[in-house]
Design a protein around this ligand. Structure first.
Ligand SMILES: [Zn+2]
Length: 259
């Protein structure tokens, strides 16, 4: 059976549980897989991500310090980590099409105050601006703060709010700033809310993603789950899953400047 071609707009192909050689073999054999953006988490994963990129021409990278990575570390380590991000971009930047993940996570507020999270978000936005790269935003709760920070740093922005979990109103506000919205397998909200949100996203702003790894799915299985999700999202919009995926694929290439 023919499977739908698919770009995965967000995954972590440098996860320590999945050795690069095994992952590269899985991906090379995955039917219909067009490519993936591997989002940044922390510097200790950079080498693994480079290995996957070396093995597969259609993996692109974002580099950054994930809000969860930052929340687990003290001020000195955060600053050192950020220097590693800047160095990685200098030395190995040719497959890096975006800065991120970056953003705010209310569920980590006990480990990292909002003011500190906002500081590192602003630092990462500044790097994206200066280097002409897209942004990969991780925002959980605190969408109002995130929107304020994006406006304060001067829109419009090129980038994506990944695994979007806000309201339909927040979806509209992000799009007004130029951003794309990506919907993931584990949505952080129920089916009704997801249907409302997907209808609030303009066709040229919608992306789909696996945000793999999670549960015990291998990556090809996660890609199949994304295809099934696309069918559900398309039903809520009154269109076909194939049409939705085809447009998400075009949006992916446009967003990250790929041909
Ligand atoms: Zn992620």
């Amino acid at each position: 059976m023919q499977v739908a071609a698919l770009f995965d707009s967000h995954a972590h192909l440098d996860d320590p549980d999945w050795p690069p050689a095994r992952l590269a073999a899985d991906l090379a054999a995955a039917p219909g897989w067009l490519g993936t953006l591997s989002a940044g988490y922390g510097p200790e994963r950079f080498a693994a991500c480079r290995q996957v990129c070396d093995a597969l021409p259609n993996v692109w990278r974002a580099v950054g310090l994930h809000p969860w990575w930052l929340a687990q570390r003290g001020p000195a380590e955060r600053a050192q980590g950020w220097q590693c991000v800047v160095d990685e971009l200098d030395r190995h930047g040719h497959r890096v099409v975006a800065i991120g993940e970056l953003g705010l996570d209310k569920t980590r507020k006990d480990q990292m105050a909002a003011s500190d999270q906002l500081h590192w978000m602003a630092v990462a936005l500044d790097l994206a601006r200066r280097t002409g790269r897209a942004v990969v935003l991780h925002v959980v709760g605190w969408h109002g703060h995130a929107l304020d920070a994006l406006r304060a740093a001067g829109g419009p922005w090129q980038g994506v709010v990944h695994r979007f979990s806000g309201s339909a109103d927040a979806a509209e506000a992000y799009q007004a700033l130029g951003l794309h919205l990506s919907l993931a397998l584990e949505p952080r909200f129920d089916a009704d809310r997801r249907a409302r949100v997907v209808r609030a996203i303009a066709p040229e702003r919608l992306l789909v993603e696996s945000d793999w790894p999670f549960r015990d799915l291998d990556y090809p299985a996660a890609l199949d789950a994304v295809r099934r999700m696309a069918e559900e999202l398309a039903a809520a919009r009154g269109e076909s899953g194939a049409a939705l995926l085809a447009r998400s694929n075009v949006n992916f290439m446009t967003l990250f400047g790929l041909r």
